[in-house]
Design a protein around this ligand. Structure first.
Ligand code: BG6
Length: 494
């Protein structure tokens, strides 16, 4: 167990919360109730929600303020009753029809009233926690009511937070982007990828760029390959309506997987400013070699779990994939020739997200008869979830009078840190949206870059990649194992 003096010389890059209003569209929905309000409450308890800030929920379902407070109260965990009621005092509700201009006009008046009452600057963060097809009409209405216009003197801002999906291919993503940019500047748009809110994902940047020891070996000279896994035990649950139309490549690869890959593989940004970090991500994504469409099946495996078609809401003849494994190459000096193997799937043997950096074997062994090739390669695993932390496996002498050697794991677990309260990804992201820090939000060129890579795959794979089947609770399809096996490698067990 780690002692309470564990952290030596820690620094925080945090800024004090700015006062403002947070408007949540889709406030009576699942995301708002289960994630957003609890995250805001948590921020409030930590003193990271400004005293004067107000939260206005908007939805069609009718509630008055008190009725809505009672609706979300059971989701607020921890803290005293006084803290809870103090938080709930800041929560307001505005019911109405999203298609009715009057709804937006009265929202504007409500915001002005709350801002004047608390002498708040009119900083407003508008969170659209709703299906993406509703973005265009709502954004047009918000703009029509003047709710997206920032004052020219720069005295306050308007931010709009959006959830994925950002299109379903390059063309639709570009269309959405055009619409957004008709009403908003890029620095007003906060596109969420909730993986970027995870501590362990952010820690990739600290690990790589706040330490000296990793950078010299973080390249093709020392790294044999990298494996990136996001495995889930859950199936589609109640989301078949969305999922069966999108499938795993769009749901996980285009966003979470590629973002994590970019964090692990990009060059060091010149600073930690939002654009410096995102510039490097784009560069990296652009350097990924396009898939060879004539031999797509050699580098992309798609599969569906047995029983998927019987899930409620799934078409009985659905060809939607619930698993994808892919082999990528990055054409730059750092990564030339290093394969990146990515896999993600639903209903697999375990819930596990990790990035494993597998180093090359030593060039020569002095420990005869053990050959260099017999030694387990050093492996650094960045454990994103659920056992958050990091594990470095190295070769070491086993204790005892005999001369034996084996792989030894140095294991760091976030859960063993004293006082380490868990932090929901949404807390970090809500906080940043309210602070105006876009570092952890996806810029439009990153989205375009990732669709540019995957759209040709989506257009060709029905024909070029047979849909494999895998057993629920398994490690995935045989075909995915073969992707590595034929190159003399294997996936880490789930
Ligand atoms: C979401 C996907 O973005 O991420 C879901 O739409 C998936 O299908 C989820 O289950 C996984 O997130 P997490 O944080 O549970 O790994």
């Amino acid at each position: 167990m780690l002692d309470s003096n564990y952290w030596r010389g820690n620094f925080c890059i945090e800024v004090n919360p700015a006062p403002g209003a947070l408007v949540i569209f889709g406030a009576s929905g699942d995301l708002a109730k289960r994630k957003l309000y609890p995250a805001l409450y948590h921020l409030f308890r930590r003193g990271l929600l400004h005293e004067e800030s107000r939260i206005v929920g908007c939805a069609r379902t009718f509630y008055d303020d008190d009725g809505f407070r009672a609706h979300i109260a059971p989701e607020l965990v921890g803290g005293s009753e006084a803290q809870k009621s103090d938080f709930l005092k800041r929560v307001h509700y505005h019911a109405g029809d999203y298609g009715d201009p009057e709804f937006y006009a009265s929202l504007g008046k409500l915001l002005e009233r709350l801002e004047q009452g608390a002498e708040l600057p009119a900083n407003r963060t508008i969170y659209l926690a709703m299906p993406a097809r509703l973005y265009p009409p709502i954004i047009e209405q918000l703009s029509g009511a003047g709710l997206l216009t920032e004052p020219e003197d720069g005295s306050s801002w308007r931010h709009v937070v959006l959830e994925k999906p950002f299109g379903r291919d390059l063309a639709s993503a570009e269309e959405l982007d055009l619409l957004l940019h008709r009403y908003l500047k890029e620095d007003q748009i906060y596109r969420i990828d909730h993986y970027l809110g995870k501590d362990t994902v952010q820690n990739i940047l600290m690990l790589r760029f706040a330490n000296l020891i990793f950078e010299p070996v973080w390249n093709a000279h020392y790294i044999d390959h990298i494996q990136l896994t996001v495995a889930e035990t859950l199936g589609v649950e109640h989301r078949a309506g969305y999922y069966d139309q999108y499938g795993l490549l769009r749901d996980m690869f285009q966003n979470h997987m590629l973002e994590m890959l970019a964090m692990a593989a990009m060059e060091m940004p010149a600073s930690f400013s939002p654009d410096a970090v995102r510039d490097e991500k784009v560069k990296l994504i652009k350097a990924i070699r396009p898939f060879d469409l004539n031999r797509l099946g050699d580098s992309v495996i798609r599969a569906q779990y047995d029983g998927y078609r019987a899930e409620p809401g799934v078409a009985p003849d659905s060809r939607t994939e619930t698993f994808v494994a892919a082999r990528l190459l990055i054409d730059n000096w750092r990564w030339a020739g290093v394969p990146f193997y990515l896999r993600s799937g639903k209903r697999l043997a375990a819930r596990k997200s990790e990035i494993a950096i597998v180093f090359k074997s030593v060039p020569h062994s002095i420990f005869e008869p053990i050959r260099a090739a017999d030694m387990q390669p050093d492996t650094l695993v960045l454990k994103v979830q659920p056992d958050e932390g990091m594990e470095l496996t190295i070769q070491a002498k086993q204790p005892g009078p005999k001369l034996c050697m084996g792989g030894l794991s140095l294991n760091f677990r976030y859960s063993e840190l004293p006082g380490g309260e868990s932090f929901e990804a949404y807390e970090r992201l809500l906080l940043d949206a309210m602070l105006g820090d876009q570092t952890l939000f996806i810029r439009s060129d990153v989205i375009a870059g990732s669709w540019r890579l995957f759209t040709p795959v989506l257009e060709n794979w029905q024909e070029k990649c047979p849909l494999a089947v895998y057993a629920p609770g398994s490690e995935g399809p045989e075909e995915a194992a073969r992707l590595l096996f034929r190159e003399g490698r294997e996936w880490r067990p789930l």
